[in-house]
Design a protein around this ligand. Sequence first.
Ligand SMILES: [Zn+2]
Length: 270
Amino acid sequence: MPQAHLYRSEAVILKQMSLGEADRILTLFTPLYGKVRAVAKGVRKPTSRMSGSVEPLTRANMLLSKGKDLDVVSQAEPIDVYMAVRGDLEKTSTSFYMAELIDAFTIEQSENRSLYRHLVNSLETLCDLKNDGLGNIREFILLRASYESGLLNMTGYRPQIHRCIECGLVPQGSVSFSASGGGLICQRCRNKQTVTRPLSVGALKMLNLLEEGGFAFLKKQPFQEDISLEVESLLRQYIWYLLERNLKSTSFMDSVRRGVSMDRFEYTGQ
Ligand SMILES: [Zn+2]
């Protein structure tokens, strides 16, 4: 009998679903093979030695074998279980969002090392954020925005924020953003796009800075609360347009936000 084709890979488990009595189907994200769907056999049995290593949002070293439809997880050794994310709702909902975005924007068997590194770095940064329940919602918003911006860039969906998407000129004066057009609209071209939203000078500056640097760079910038919220809302609308659906984790994040800090920030989730 020929030996099953085995391969090793590091992976972050994006999600799981039950299969039969004792198995799970895992959706993995790997540096070399992109998204991979694989069966973890017997992991729902109490005696399984692998169960702790295949929970969602665990980073693990895996030994997999090629299957006809789905690959099979033969071994899994955890590298990081992101303990600081678990038990903190703001962090948990953000980590689910990060995983769901990757799942939505990637296809199976498509190498994307930089996106894998971006996910791992962002999860590590999320673990390190201080969450006192009120004070640093700003940092969560900036981390999510830098994660979204990097992901859009690495998957080929970076919005055009330097020139008008209709006339190609650098806009002068007030500008708008078109989610369906994927970028800026100057004042003269505004009528050519049906759905646009006004874009403040501060939000445009923040979008530019998002392209220039990651979270560590961004959090040193003196953004006002309303600018961060405007960019958060714009990126969400753009992503919604690209995917043509809402992500489950965005409602989770919104309900956590309402529970945690509605009084202080009057956030409406728009
Ligand atoms: Zn124009």
